[in-house]
Design a protein around this ligand. Structure first.
Ligand code: T1G
Length: 695
């Protein structure tokens, strides 16, 4: 234990939790705590002990990087540490700042006293990782803040400022000045006034009529929890805190629930998402300390749906936006749409009048490129046609100031081609937002061959500021998301030829957990958009075969919801999809025209062919270096394509199913209709053969 971790201030020993970045309670830190508490208890000169966190946190909880590894349970495990602190002969005072979360808060709850600064964030967020507080949190928190407040915190995992809990038995004192000095003064008072050691475990919970409350809680939580088992298990553990004959009996219930949940695929998926979101912000060859370009003024070209949504992201972050259109009425329409969106948030109480006015005040509409001269970042969101992009970027090259970042919102066009329309390709990057751009979290950051490293670092940081999950993609047709969805859509089309109807395919994949099946999704996005992509592919890459069914649909003008008819029929003003006899007849007739005898296709086959088409293409993207890591691909699908969170994304899902099983299925489908789609990605075959996984 290094000196900084154990310091003596008079009669008080100060133990510092020091395990950057958030003092995760990994094995080394756990050992430090037990050794230090032993040392303090053995030292006759010590009368009290203060636990305090180094850096920005008391503790962010158990070290989740240890999950699934032997060190997570190695002694002293978190339970041992917590019992050790609680059994100390001398008073242990937790001094809390920054965050005290998960196991960090559980450690503090085992201390005899707790002091904190008012803005410290207090939480038991384990449910967000698909587990529950497994070191006494479900048993101790209700004892200090009450059953209802504890249940709300534990089931939601939300943070609460310590100040809001100042009057509860969770805290003995709020410290307004220096935390350590305040904690030392409090410790000395405990000693001088001979305060008896307070053990949270000894507090009795008296909650009459708890059955009715717990039943109410279960009824409220069950529909929201969906496929995740943890929220209801949290309630079971809290119930045990109320009903168990002893504290230790309640701990046993909590422990069993924790050990069950931590093994579930849902928890694995949520932990994968937690780390995947953070990993995605890292770029292998761009150092974390790369100097950033300042982004204080943004310009958006195009005030259509995308341009307006993109602008809102920056306005929401307090960054001024100049929005440019070619015609006044288009510009007025775009600004009006932004205003209408904010007004609807205002009406729903999601936005204050003051914020509404400040955001609109940051928006400057213009028809002149001259007004873009002082922009630090310019994002074009114009018509998806290379000629139009060329005009825009040549103009930008002429007016944008040196060092301005020029970004294209293109969803499929060649970013390198676009960059070469300028004399500054190093300043050009793709920022592919997903519609509705002000809502969808995913942002594909497309790195051109020439894109400078500081441009990449700057846009990744900017993405964080506008609360986007940014994933870096190399340049290829469709980048990561759309290239994979193209394989998914191909399979959906072939399934229709072989025996499915649109509603069967959609229902099967929606039962798997997708927010929307392929046919409902494309009816919403517009069948004409995918038609244009297919027509481009017929010219540029004829080797990619498609079912003609979708073309037949488009030839009937059935472009989807926007025209009231697509794969499904729609009633005016009603977005619900009604199976269309006309389309079903067309699908069945098309099979006959192809000489295909339609067959009954199982939901499992539908799900395998749609999901493994994503996995297989994802493996190709990894091999080609278009995607940096498998978890990036999963983040794209979890935040941009409605892939079910509890399945973890197409790559993690394949890992959980087992790559050999995925490979067997792919090989089976390679023998079927349009088997040419099913060439197993070499990386997938290699990992399967080696018994490895993508993640
Ligand atoms: N363990 C290991 N690493 C962690 C971590 C943790 N608990 N929390 C954060 N990190 C890493 C994170 O991956 C990132 O790493 C860096 O810290 C900064 O994180 C028995 C078993 C604490 C509010 O769920 O909510 O206790 O990418 O970017 O915005 O009941 O991190 O830099 O390499 O998020 O300032 C319960 C999870 C664990 C808290 C800080 N605890 N963490 O937010 O920084 S389970 C949690 C957070 C548990 C017990 C159970 C946030 C934060 P890198 P960041 P931030």
């Amino acid at each position: 234990m290094c000196a900084s971790e154990y310091q003596v201030h008079g009669e008080v020993a100060v133990i510092t939790l020091d395990n950057p970045p958030v003092n995760g309670l990994g094995l080394a830190l756990r050992s430090t705590i037990t050794s230090a508490v032993t040392r303090a208890n053995d030292d006759k000169g010590i009368k009290a002990i203060v636990l305090i966190g180094a850096g920005k946190a008391f503790s962010g909880g158990a070290d989740i990087t240890e999950f699934g590894k032997p060190s997570a349970l190695a002694e002293p495990n978190l339970h041992t540490v917590i019992n050790f602190v609680e059994a100390s002969d001398k008073p242990v005072i937790a001094a809390i700042h920054g965050v005290a979360m998960g196991g960090g808060l559980e450690l503090a709850l085992a201390c005899h006293f707790r002091v904190a600064v008012a803005d410290a964030k207090i939480a038991l967020p384990e449910v967000k990782l698909g587990i529950l507080p497994g070191a006494g949190g479900t048993q101790r928190l209700p004892r200090v803040i009450g059953v209802e407040a504890a249940l709300n915190m534990i089931v939601s995992g939300t943070e609460v400022p310590a100040g809001e809990l100042a009057k509860t038995a969770l805290f003995d004192q709020m410290i307004s000045g220096d935390l350590l000095q305040g904690a030392l003064a409090f410790a000395r008072t405990v000693v001088s006034e001979k305060h008896p050691l307070k053990l949270v475990r000894d507090i009795r919970i008296d909650y009459p009529n708890h059955q009715a409350f717990l039943q109410f809680a279960r009824n409220m939580v069950k529909p929201v929890a969906g496929p995740f088992p943890a929220p209801l298990k949290c309630i079971d553990a809290i119930a045990a805190a109320i009903t168990s004959r002893s504290f230790d009996e309640g701990i046993k219930v909590e422990r069993e629930a924790f050990l069950h949940l931590v093994q579930t695929p849902e928890s694995r998926a949520l932990r994968h998402f937690f780390f995947g979101e953070r990993a995605a912000s890292k770029i292998a060859d761009v150092p974390a300390d790369t100097p950033l370009r300042k982004i204080e003024k943004v310009a958006v070209i195009g005030a259509g749906t995308m341009g307006g949504g993109i602008s809102m992201n920056f306005l929401n972050a307090g960054i001024p936006v100049t929005i440019l259109e070619t015609k006044q009425e288009m510009l007025d329409k775009g600004v009006a749409t932004i205003r209408k969106n904010y007004e609807s948030s205002l009406k729903k109480g999601k936005l204050t009048q003051e914020k509404f006015e400040s955001r609109m005040g940051l928006l400057k509409p213009t028809l002149s490129y001259e007004d873009l001269q002082d922009a630090d970042l310019i994002i074009e969101a114009v018509f998806e046609e290379i000629g139009v992009k060329q005009q825009v970027f040549q103009k930008l090259d002429a007016v944008a100031k040196p060092g301005a970042i020029l970004a294209s919102n293109t969803s499929t066009l060649d970013l390198n081609l676009i960059a070469n329309f300028t004399k500054r390709p190093q300043d050009v990057v793709g920022l592919h937002f997903f519609s509705p751009a002000n809502i969808m979290k995913l942002l594909e950051v497309v790195r051109g061959t020439a894109t400078a490293k500081d441009v990449m670092a700057t846009v990744m940081q900017t993405a964080k500021k506008i609360k986007k999950t940014a994933v870096v993609s190399g340049v290829c047709d469709g980048f990561i998301g759309n290239r994979m969805i193209n394989q998914y859509s191909r399979q959906a089309g072939f399934l229709l030829e072989e025996g499915c109807l649109p509603q069967q395919v959609d229902q099967a994949i929606e039962k798997f957990g997708f927010a929307m099946g392929p046919f409902r999704m494309i009816d919403m996005a517009g069948n004409d958009i995918s038609w244009a992509i297919r027509k481009r592919h017929y010219q540029e890459c004829p080797e990619i075969t498609y079912s003609k069914t979708a073309d037949l649909l488009c030839e009937l003008g059935r472009f989807g919801q926007k025209v009231g008819a697509g794969w499904y029929d729609y009633k005016p003003g009603d977005r619900s999809a009604h199976p269309s006899q006309l389309v079903n007849d067309m699908v069945i007739k098309h099979s006959a025209d192809l000489g295909i005898t339609r067959r009954k296709i199982s939901d499992q086959e539908i799900v395998e062919r749609l999901v493994y088409a994503l996995t297989n293409e994802g493996a190709c993207l990894l091999e080609e270096g278009i995607a940096q890591r498998a978890s990036d691909i999963d983040m794209v699908y979890l935040t941009g394509y409605g892939f079910p969170l509890h399945r973890g994304g197409p790559m993690l899902y394949a890992d959980i199913i087992g790559l050999p099983n995925v490979l067997n299925a792919i090989r089976k489908y390679a023998k079927g209709h349009h088997g040419e789609c099913w060439q197993a990605a070499p990386l997938l075959a290699k990992l399967a053969a080696e018994g490895k996984t993508f993640n």
